[in-house]
Design a protein. Structure first.
Ligand SMILES: C[S@@+](CC[C@H](N)C(=O)[O-])C[C@H]1O[C@@H](n2cnc3c(N)ncnc32)[C@H](O)[C@@H]1O
Length: 329
């Protein structure tokens, strides 16, 4: 167990009827010692792959949450994600439920107490332990669900439906917008949105390429669910995959990849995920295939794309973002 998980256990009662663990696969064995029933939800596919398969829930919905009386939650970074989880937990778990949510103090804010307070009548915080803190919530308020949420973007001709865990939720981030405005001119028979988030780019590619196969991949469960909802709401079909990259994809099989890569995994700043995506793209694009990428202009991605994939040109720039087109060798 890491310090967050140790604090969650220390803050919990010694017995429960049905424990739900969210985004913390390391807690499975401990939960099984204190409760006859344990369920688990992992947003990140890499966490899900570490979790005991028989504990994993198919969906975080009313029927799977009924009767849960203790929830162990690793706090997400975004308040919208916490709001989405708290709303579902308050609406669907047992009236006597206790939620223990913990994280590292440096990534927690007072607003998190307020978000939990929207959905629970009793919210309190633990003392700091090993640079972590737990928030306790009980007495759920039963109310209507506000997630997933829809945002309408007539300037792009798209409605976006997203869960709270998704990048930019139902808004269009400025970097995404720069690439989204070009999607009408990106063509192929087999196209992919790598790190699809709410599915904006995948949906616009499907619209611009009737009859083509459009795939969307994301490591986040909330993202793949949101992409499916966004594509359907806009009358498009996208094949959505929950995966941490493109392992197992046919070499040289794709005409086009678009991506707005992450530079964070969870809370740590990290270039590795983006660079791993470029390696995936180099393998999966056919020679002459194109990678369209948008990124923060200060990042050295043009040089890396030239090295890893092929000739890279800048197609569009705003004060903060750059869109490049790379032709695979
Ligand atoms: C900056 S967001 C972009 C989302 C969306 N394309 C947009 O522009 O709104 C990056 C996305 O990459 C996803 N991601 C991060 N690491 C990944 C990985 N190894 N494999 C697949 N997706 C990943 C994140 O979950 C996130 O949805």
């Amino acid at each position: 167990m890491d310090p967050i998980e140790r604090l969650i256990v220390a803050e919990s009662p010694g017995h429960a009827g049905h424990v739900l663990i969210i985004n913390s696969p390391g807690l499975a064995e401990t939960a099984q010692r204190i409760a006859p029933a344990v369920s688990m939800w992992c947003d990140d596919r890499r966490d899900a792959d570490e979790a005991p398969a028989d504990l994993l829930l198919e969906r975080l919905e009313e029927s799977s949450l009924a009767g849960i009386d203790l929830v162990w939650l690793r706090l997400p970074k975004a308040l919208s994600a916490l709001d989405d989880y708290a709303e579902r937990l308050a609406s669907w778990t047992a009236p006597g439920v206790r939620v223990i949510a913990a994280g590292r103090q440096r990534s927690m804010t007072h607003s998190m107490n307020g978000v939990l307070g929207r959905h629970f009548d009793a919210v309190s915080a633990s003392l700091g332990v090993a640079k972590c803190r737990a928030l306790r919530a009980s007495l759920p308020k039963k109310g209507g669900l506000r997630w997933p949420r829809e945002g309408l973007h007539p300037e792009l001709g798209i409605g976006v439906i997203a869960h709270g865990e998704v990048f930019a939720t139902s808004r269009v981030d400025d970097g995404t917008r720069l690439l989204a405005e070009l999607c009408g001119d990106i063509h192929g028979d087999d196209l992919l949105d790598l790190g699809c988030g709410s599915g904006i780019l995948a949906t616009l590619l499907a619209r611009a390429n009737p009859g083509a196969t459009v795939h969307a991949v994301d490591v986040s469960r909330a993202a793949v669910e949101s992409t499916t909802l966004t594509a359907e709401a806009n009358g498009e079909h996208v094949q959505v995959h929950w995966a941490p990259g493109l392992d197992g994809w046919e070499t040289g099989g794709l005409d086009v990849i678009v991506t707005n890569p992450p530079f964070h995994r969870g809370i740590a700043k990290d270039s590795e995920p983006a660079l791993a995506m470029f390696d995936d793209a180099a393998r999966v694009l056919r020679p002459g295939g194109e990678l369209w990428c948008v990124y923060n202009s200060h990042l050295p991605w043009r040089k890396r794309l030239n090295e890893k994939i092929g000739g890279t040109t800048v197609v569009r720039q705003s004060p903060f973002y750059t869109v490049t087109r790379t032709v695979a060798r």
